[in-house]
Ligand binder design. Structure first.
Ligand code: SF4
Ligand code: MSK
Length: 647
C-alpha cells in the first residue's frame, strides 16, 4: 500500500502538524519522509509472496501467474503467505510474552526481598491471582504468596502443561471449542517455538494447519504472556483507577527539565517517577536553572504511567521524533518495542539525550544505562540526573511547544469499570439488553504513516459513540482519542442519547482507556465476564475489535487472539496476505465457522464503523435483543475483506 495523500496533512493532530512544519523547514527527516523514500514498496512482500526462510532462496511467487508459482523448495503461494503470517504472529506473541517474563522476574526478585523501589501495592489482586491457582493465602505474608505465585507463573512459559492457568477465565463453551479444534494454548514459549519450527523449510506446508497454529500462538499471548504482564504490573504498581491527566506535546513545560519515558515496560519508568521526586534531584534541577522536573510518557510506557500515576502523555507512536523536535526534551528514556532507531538521529539536531535501558534493546547513538531490578531506584536517579545535566545545553531560541495540553481521563481497569457499575457487569449487560448501549468495541493499536495520523482512530470512535456503541481503547489508539478530546466525561455530549445517559449517570467518558498494548488482556477479561453474566460464549456478544492504524507484529497477534477468542475484528491497514486467496478466504470468511469470528480489512474508518454496527446489530438479533433495521445502517453492504481479496 503506498502512502496516501492526506490533503497535505500527515496528521490530524495540531501539535504534530506544527512540529512537522519545523521538520520540513529544517530538513529533519521523519518517518513520513522515509516512507516516501521507500516507495514503491516491494509488491511481493506487501502480498506476503516473498520467502527467505532458507538460502536456496530468497524466492518469490508471481501474483499474475506469469512468473514462478513455486519457491525453489516447491512451496506455493498459500504456504509462503501462511508461513510469513505465522512467523509475524509468533514475533508479536514473543514480544508481549518476553515483556511479561521480565515483569515476572522483577516480581520474583521483589518477593525474595532483592529489590529496592518496588513493593506489593495491590495485595487484594495478589490474593485473587493466588486463589485462581489454588495457592493458599490465609495467614501468609504477601511475599511468601508472591514467591509461590511467581513459581507457578514461570511454569506457564515453557512446560509440558496442556493448558494455561488463565484459561479458567475463559467461558467453558469457548474452552471446549479450542479443545475440539486443537488450539488450546499450552506453554507460552512452546507455541512460538513450535511456530518457528513449523515454518522452517520442509515442516508444515498446509496453510490451514499453519494458520490454526497461529491462532494457538496468539492465544498463548492474550491469555498468557500479556495477561501475566498486566496482572503482575497491577500487583506491583497498583491496579488502575480513574484518573484525569493531560495529553499532547503541550505537556512539555518550557521552564522544566523534560524527560520522556518511551516504550512498553513500566519496571524502570515507575522507579524513575519516584526518582524524579527526590529532593536532592529537584534541588539540582533548580540549580541548573529549571523550575522543576517534568516527566511525560510516549506510547505504552506512557500508558502504563498514565493509567496508574496520572503522568501526562506527550504522544503516540508517530510523535516520538516530533517530541524531540520541540527542542524542549532533555532526555528520552527508552525501554523496548516501538522505539524507532531514528530517534538518536533526530536527537543529534538538539540537546536531547537518548538513554537506552535494556541489554536486549540497544540503540547506536544512545547512552546505555542498563536496568537492574535490584538497583532500580539508584538507576532511576542516575537517569534523571542525566536529564537534569542536559538542561543547560538547551537552546531556548529553539524551544517550540506548539499547543496547550488537552485533559484526558484514563485508568479503566476491569476492576475500575466494574466498580463504576456497582461491582457487577449487570448494569452494562442490562443497558446492552435494552439497547441503551448497542454493544462495545475495542479500538486498539498503533499509528502507521500510511494512514493520516489519528484519523482512523478518531473517526471510527466518533461514529461508534454517536451511535451508542461503547468504545474501549488501549495503546496508541487511546492517545489519539485523548488528543481529540474524546476521553473526558464531557465527551458524553458527542455520544448518542443512550450511551450519553449511561455515561452521564456514571460520570465516565464514552471512550474508556484500558491501558497499554499488553492490557488488551483486560478487554479479553471483560468480554469473558460479560459472556459469563449472560451465560453465552464470547462470539455471541455484540462486540467487535478494530485496529485502524496498526503497524506492528504485536498488533497482528492481538488481532488474532481477539478473533480466536470470538470477536470480529476490522483492520485498517492491509496485512501482507493478499497473495493467497485461500489464506484471505479463511481469515476473512471460513474462520467464522471455526471460531465464531473473522477478520475484515477496511481502510476507511467511516465504512469500518458501518461494518461494525451491522455486525453488532446482527449479534443482537441472534441473542433475541431488539435490533435496529440493518437498512438504517446504510453504506456497509459490501463486506470489505472479501472485496479486497486477491482473485
Ligand atoms: Fe525459497 Fe522454499 Fe527456501 Fe522459502 S523455504 S526461501 S520458498 S526454497
Ligand atoms: S505502542 S504496538 S505503536 S499501539 Fe504499544 Fe503503540 Fe502499537 Fe507500539
Amino acid at each position: 500500500m503506498s502512502a496516501m495523500n492526506f490533503n497535505g496533512n500527515r496528521s490530524l493532530a495540531r501539535d504534530a502538524q506544527k512540529i512537522l512544519e519545523r521538520a520540513d523547514d529544517e530538513r529533519i527527516p521523519t518517518v513520513w519522509d522515509r516512507l516516501a523514500a521507500q516507495e514503491p514498496q516491494c509488491g511481493y512482500c506487501a502480498m506476503g509472496l516473498s520467502c527467505r526462510n532458507c538460502v536456496m532462496g530468497p524466492c518469490r511467487i508471481d501474483p499474475f501467474g506469469e512468473g514462478p508459482q513455486k519457491g525453489v523448495c516447491g512451496a506455493d503461494a498459500d504456504t509462503i503467505v501462511a508461513r510469513n503470517l505465522g512467523r509475524s504472529i509468533a514475533a508479536g506473541a514473543s514480544a508481549h510474552s518476553d515483556h511479561g517474563r521480565d515483569i515476572l522476574e522483577t516480581f520474583e526478585a521483589l518477593a525474595e526481598g532483592k529489590t529496592i523501589g518496588y513493593r506489593i501495592t495491590d495485595v487484594e489482586k495478589l490474593h485473587a491471582l493466588a486463589r485462581e491457582r489454588g495457592i493458599a493465602t490465609v495467614s501468609r505474608p504477601p511475599e511468601e504468596i508472591a514467591r509461590e505465585l511467581a513459581r507457578a507463573m514461570f511454569e506457564e512459559f515453557g512446560t509440558r502443561k496442556q493448558s494455561l492457568d488463565f484459561l479458567s477465565r475463559v467461558p467453558e463453551k469457548r474452552r471446549a471449542l479450542w479443545r475440539k479444534i486443537g488450539i488450546t494454548p499450552r506453554g507460552i514459549d512452546r507455541e512460538s517455538v513450535e511456530m518457528m519450527h513449523r515454518t522452517h523449510m520442509g515442516v508444515d506446508n498446509d496453510y490451514a494447519n499453519i494458520l490454526l497454529h497461529a491462532l494457538r500462538t496468539s492465544l498463548s499471548d492474550g491469555w498468557g504472556g500479556s495477561m501475566i504482564a498486566t496482572e503482575l504490573s497491577d500487583v506491583m504498581f497498583g491496579t488502575p483507577r480513574p484518573v484525569v491527566s493531560q495529553v499532547n506535546l503541550g505537556t512539555l513545560k518550557p521552564d522544566h527539565v523534560n524527560i520522556a519515558l518511551h516504550g512498553h515496560n513500566p519496571m524502570l519508568s515507575d522507579v524513575i517517577v519516584q526518582a524524579a521526586q527526590d529532593p536532592e534531584l529537584v534541588r539540582l534541577a533548580k540549580e541548573k536553572g529549571a523550575a522543576g522536573i517534568n516527566l511525560v510518557g510516549l506510547c505504552c510506557t506512557g500508558n502504563e504511567l498514565l493509567m496508574r500515576r496520572g503522568i501526562p502523555m506527550a504522544g503516540n507512536h508517530l510523535m516520538q521524533e516530533l517530541a524531540i523536535m520541540t527542542g524542549a526534551l532533555e532526555a528520552m528514556v527508552v525501554d523496548y518495542q516501538c522505539i524507532m532507531p531514528s530517534v538518536t538521529d533526530v536527537a543529534k539536531c538538539f540537546h536531547t539525550q537518548v538513554i537506552s535501558t535494556f541489554d536486549k534493546a540497544k540503540f547506536p547513538g544512545a547512552i546505555h544505562i542498563p536496568f537492574d531490578p535490584e538497583r532500580g531506584i539508584e538507576i532511576g536517579k542516575q537517569i534523571v540526573r542525566r536529564g537534569i545535566e542536559a538542561f543547560p545545553y538547551r537552546n531556548p531560541q529553539r524551544v517550540r511547544i506548539p499547543v496547550e495540553p488537552v485533559p484526558m481521563m484514563a485508568g479503566f481497569s476491569v476492576e475500575a469499570i466494574l466498580g463504576a457499575l456497582g461491582g457487577t457487569p449487570k448494569p452494562l449487560v442490562d443497558a446492552i439488553a435494552k439497547g441503551t448501549i448497542r454493544g462495545a468495541v475495542g479500538i486498539v493499536g498503533c499509528n502507521n504513516p500510511k494512514i493520516q495520523q489519528d484519523y482512523g482512530h478518531v473517526t471510527l470512535t466518533r461514529r461508534l459513540i454517536e451511535n451508542d456503541v461503547l468504545v474501549l481503547v488501549t495503546g496508541c489508539a487511546a492517545i489519539a482519542n485523548g488528543k481529540a478530546g474524546q476521553m473526558m466525561p464531557e465527551a458524553a455530549e458527542m455520544a448518542g442519547p443512550g450511551l450519553r445517559s449511561v455515561c452521564q449517570a456514571l460520570g465516565i467518558p464514552p471512550v474508556l482507556h484500558l491501558g497499554s498494548c499488553v492490557d488488551n488482556s483486560r478487554i479479553l477479561v471483560l468480554a469473558a465476564a460479560l459472556a459469563g453474566a449472560l451465560g453465552v460464549d464470547i462470539d455471541q456478544l455484540p462486540l467487535a475489535g478494530a485496529a485502524p492504524e496498526w503497524y506492528s507484529e504485536k498488533a497482528a497477534t492481538i488481532g488474532t487472539y481477539v478473533v480466536a477468542s470470538g470477536i470480529f475484528t476490522v483492520l485498517g491497514v492491509q496485512p501482507p496476505i493478499f497473495g493467497s486467496k485461500k489464506v484471505v478466504d479463511l481469515l476473512a470468511g471460513g474462520l467464522e465457522s471455526i471460531v465464531g469470528a473473522k477478520f475484515a480489512v477496511e481502510p476507511d474508518p467511516e465504512k469500518a464503523a458501518l461494518l461494525i454496527r451491522r455486525h453488532i446489530e446482527s449479534k443482537r438479533e441472534a441473542l433475541g435483543l431488539p435490533r435496529l433495521p440493518l437498512e438504517s445502517i446504510r453504506g456497509a453492504e459490501a463486506p470489505a475483506a472479501s472485496t479486497h481479496a486477491a482473485d
